[in-house]
Design a protein. Sequence first.
Length: 237
Amino acid sequence: MAMTSPATSMAQVPPHSASPQAFQSFASSSSSGSSFLGPRVRQTGTLFAAATIASYIAWHEEDPHAIQGFTEKHLDTFLVDVGDTFGSGFVAGGGTLGLYLLGNIQSDETMIKTSQDLAQGLMIMAGVVGATKVAVGRSRPNGGSHSFPSGHTATAFTTAAILNKRMGKEVGIPAYVLATFTGLGRMEDKKHYLSDVIAGAALGIAISNLVVGEEGDLGYLDHVYVGAGEVGLSVGF
């Protein structure tokens, strides 16, 4: 099913399956919605472009040994290790599930919505990062495979950006600090180059920008409308 914004993906269904009122609601939403190139899409495109340029420059200029020497000399090993753990997929997944359960126990809608956004964002991120790693096929500084982009960094920044959007700066700023240490830790361990980390951070922030809107609304699959002989899917950006 092709998707456009705000909602124009149609399929034929029997005419008696929906009411004219529902179709009017669908048409009204379509005419009043934002264009496909809405603010979030433009912002995300700009971020991707800037990250691509930065990654390209870093790719050709970076010195992993110099970066490792800097991190070992100036950064606290414990903080780097904590940041590295923060970017683990197991930690992010477990934290998302824990937040969802806690939100239901406490009937906290913010926690529930945040956990749902995290689940969506992390799944999208994993798919994009995995496909990019295979397509690029870059070797790691330590000789391993699938270096570009950094999955740990992408995980950390996806998490931090969504927490910041949903729960505010009190949670977001510490999360961004941990995400930064995640990227530094990956370079210190010779798991990634600087360009890998830049690309991972950009991917995480961009994906969070698409998943959570400026007012905290979901970025995808906002509404499904059923009309006279038609079915429509509204996708907001």
